[in-house]
Ligand binder design. Structure first.
Ligand SMILES: Cc1cc2nc3c(=O)[nH]c(=O)nc-3n(C[C@H](O)[C@H](O)[C@H](O)COP(=O)(O)OP(=O)(O)OC[C@H]3O[C@@H](n4cnc5c(N)ncnc54)[C@H](O)[C@@H]3O)c2cc1C
Length: 290
């Protein structure tokens, strides 16, 4: 049974932020409710006021401006998954959204809510880190902008300041010579993933000039893999290079052991995911693996 909580649905983000400022930690924002409602039902969280932002107008936009895919805070995972705009500008993000939870979760859950929530096993934070998405927020003191690559601090912690609401996430348009891919292993259909890897590469005349590799779900938050990235940079992709890079991703990770699997199991899965993500990212960047 839900606790006795006051409910309000302001019509502007500014009003919602002002209420957050007024109530502080006694209030919380609700977007899709797909993480918040289970937490309230299980009494893992307790608030005096629920601020539902679903009545705020014009926050369900999804468009490309100046080589940036901009996604408003009321855009649902389903909208991201089914959008031609996303498929054409940031295919990896569309694929990621299509594999989140089940249909019900995707129909209500929002991309920005998932970024703000920063679940260690969440899919969007890993892609937002790898693609260095820009995350915008509004608080009682005005607007703020954060870099996706440094936004997530692990275990539901982010850079987001107190009483701020995420208003938009924007992702770079990914097209050759850039390529991106996301791979995950989930123990059963619709379940949170056990391990995930996002890969982003930039090629110049068949040479990898820049690479980003980020693991997810195995550690408290999205985790960049600098040793593996350095191993790839400046090289021409070969089968051997992709395999040794993927091994560095797995061996360089520090997975948490839990009911989903042992440290060794997660490292091995991570290697497989890293290899698949790299092969796809290189292909999408317009490269060949010799
Ligand atoms: C059965 C089930 C399976 C799932 N499987 C997956 C999965 O495989 N992968 C995955 O990534 N996720 C999964 N999810 C979570 C889902 O993606 C949620 O949509 C997401 O975690 C939160 O988005 P939301 O809009 O529902 O946020 P809410 O539940 O409304 O809010 C979650 C938290 O974020 C805060 N918040 C929400 N929006 C904002 C905002 N705009 N600004 C500031 N704070 C905000 C809230 O205050 C709250 O603390 C699953 C959920 C369920 C119930």
């Amino acid at each position: 049974m839900l606790q006795d909580i006051k409910y309000t649905s302001p019509e502007t983000i500014a009003d919602a932020a002002a209420l957050l400022g007024e109530y502080g930690e006694d209030a919380t924002v609700m977007s899709g409710g797909q993480s918040l409602m289970p937490m309230l039902r299980q009494r893992l969280a307790d608030y005096e006021l629920l601020i539902d932002i679903n009545e705020v107008a014009d926050r369900d936009y999804l468009r490309v401006d100046d080589d940036e895919l901009r996604i408003g805070c009321l855009v649902r995972h389903t909208d991201v998954a089914n959008s031609d705009t996303v498929a054409e500008s940031c295919e990896t993000l569309a694929e990621t959204a299509a594999e989140i939870g089940d249909t019900q979760v995707r129909n209500r859950g929002t991309l920005c809510g998932a970024l703000a929530h920063a679940d260690p096993a969440g899919d969007p934070p890993v892609v937002a880190t790898a693609l260095d998405a820009e995350i915008k927020s509004q608080g009682p003191d005005g607007e703020h902008t954060y870099d996706g690559s440094s936004f997530f601090h692990g275990f539901y912690e982010t850079e987001l300041g107190e009483n701020e609401i995420v208003t938009e996430a924007s992702f770079p348009v990914v097209e050759p010579p850039y390529g991106a891919a996301y791979q995950k292993y989930e123990p059963s259909a619709g379940a949170y993933p056990t391990a995930t890897v996002a890969a982003v590469v930039e090629l110049d005349d068949s040479v990898v000039t820049d690479a980003t590799l980020v693991t997810g779900a195995i550690e408290p938050g999205p985790t960049p893999m600098p040793e593996a990235e350095a191993h790839l940079a400046g090289e021409t992709p070969t089968e051997d290079l992709v395999t040794t890079t993927a091994e560095l991703v797995g061996d360089g990770s520090d997975p948490m052991e839990d009911s989903d699997g042992s440290v060794e199991f997660k490292r091995e899965i991570t290697k497989t995911l890293a290899k698949r993500a790299l092969v796809t990212a290189i292909d999408r960047a317009g490269g060949d693996i010799e």
